[in-house]
Design a protein around this ligand. Structure first.
Ligand SMILES: [Zn+2]
Ligand SMILES: [Zn+2]
Length: 142
């Protein structure tokens, strides 16, 4: 059974509800993510259509290390990063796990872009590892 997950930004102007199961959850150490979060980002991917957003996040698009164009959405008021959409991953949206009301409700299965992780990064030996961008995900078909 699918549980609905909810979450939002720090100030509460942007909220969301997700009525689908996660496709995958991973920790990303690309340099872009380090700029956003000062660390690796913990991400969970859902079918985009399952995410219902209240409020209007601002957006910033740039070319990622993977070669894809990535649009990141964040609260214009408090700056919290919430979502990312990539041209390499149509139909799927990344949600930043720390913005979920219950971040423990998902469990990352892999560290990705470990080649650019800082020397002090603590990488769980029990998780899968990808030095750079892992193979593309197939969009979930509903
Ligand atoms: Zn906010
Ligand atoms: Zn990243």
């Amino acid at each position: 059974m699918t549980t609905t997950r909810t979450g939002g930004c720090l100030c509460g102007q942007v909220r969301y509800a997700i009525g689908a199961d996660p496709v995958v959850s991973r920790i990303c150490w690309c340099r872009d993510c380090q700029h956003l979060s000062s660390n690796g980002t913990v991400n969970v991917i859902f079918p985009s259509e399952a995410i219902e957003i209240t409020g209007t996040p601002a957006a910033y698009t740039s070319g990622a290390d993977s070669g894809n164009q990535v649009t990141r959405r964040f609260c214009a008021n408090c700056g919290s990063h919430l979502f990312a959409d990539s041209t390499g991953r149509p139909g799927l949206t990344v949600v930043r796990v720390g913005t979920l009301d219950d971040p423990s409700s998902v469990k990352p299965s892999a560290n990705i872009w470990t080649a650019s992780a800082p020397g002090w990064a603590c990488l769980d030996e029990g998780l899968a590892r990808s030095e750079k961008q892992p193979a593309p995900l197939k969009p979930a078909v509903s």
